[in-house]
Design a protein around this ligand. Sequence first.
Ligand SMILES: NC(=O)c1ccc[n+]([C@@H]2O[C@H](COP(=O)([O-])OP(=O)(O)OC[C@H]3O[C@@H](n4cnc5c(N)ncnc54)[C@H](OP(=O)(O)O)[C@@H]3O)[C@@H](O)[C@H]2O)c1
Length: 307
Amino acid sequence: MLAWTKNAQEPGGLALADVPEPTPRPDELLVRVDAFAPNPGDLAALASLSDGAIPGWDGSGVVIEAAADGLGPQAGERVVFLSLAARGWAEHRAVPHTMTASAPRDVSPERLATLPVPATSALRAVRRLGSVLGRRMLIVGATGAVGRVAVQLAARSGAHVVAVARDGGQHEELRRLGAHEVHGTTEAVEGRVHGAIDLIGGDELVRAYSLLAPGGTAIALGHAAGADEHFPYGAFVADPATADRSITSFFLGSEPGLPEEMAYLAADRDLDVGPLDIRPWTEVADWVASGGARTSGRPVFRIAHDD
Ligand SMILES: NC(=O)c1ccc[n+]([C@@H]2O[C@H](COP(=O)([O-])OP(=O)(O)OC[C@H]3O[C@@H](n4cnc5c(N)ncnc54)[C@H](OP(=O)(O)O)[C@@H]3O)[C@@H](O)[C@H]2O)c1
């Protein structure tokens, strides 16, 4: 089968190569990969892969062979999947059934491919903040794949959503998705928030923490700015107005329950994943070599199969 493999000599550090078919373990399904949408984490991980390794965490496709232990989706089912062991940018891959969910047949593979890492992260982050009904919730980096879903899930959970996005051209869109307030930076946010989901890090995370009400939590989910965090003296000195505030780290793969969560998101036709920039998968290396930018929408790569 064909797969993108790390090859430091090639443009984008990737070469499309003929590689052996995967050999699933007893708890793994063999899937035909139909589409994948690279995440920032996929791109960051490329540098540390050894030559010959296949990148790619998540995607969508169809089960070729069910897991030998009989669990999980069965042959012929449409599925979404993720595995932080990578190997996803390939015609076929083996994935554990604990990281695979059945998806409706009438939802496109390209849409499904956008969901596993970002939408599940957003769902888990919103849930981690507990009941947000009637409470102010801050989402920093709201235009990204995670932030966009987080805005929608928080709004439908009854939160007063305070979205922060540096691109003013996207503010109206964020209001349409359910944000009640939209700001260009956390510096412009007034009043306290019950919880925060931060995708940016650096100064934005420091300020998100400072905006927390007593008992509030800031989830440091993403680090898109790639910047250090410096908390000023006093940030952690508590008084009645600042008591019991916390910052927590986040790792998508740290809890069970992914299949149920991905199945819920895959079946959710109301979730707006935004415009997609669908390309043939043969263009992956060129896209990576050009910087992996989003232009007309979230890049999704489609694999055309002969069978
Ligand atoms: N911990 C985990 O398990 C986990 C899981 C999923 C994602 N993540 C992390 O979460 C972050 C977001 O992921 P994503 O998939 O949503 O990424 P994405 O779709 O590429 O979105 C990135 C977001 O960050 C904004 N941004 C980038 N650089 C910025 C800067 N210097 N200042 C302010 N805003 C900036 C972008 O704004 P523009 O729209 O203006 O470009 C966009 O809103 C990434 O760091 C990713 O690695 C972590």
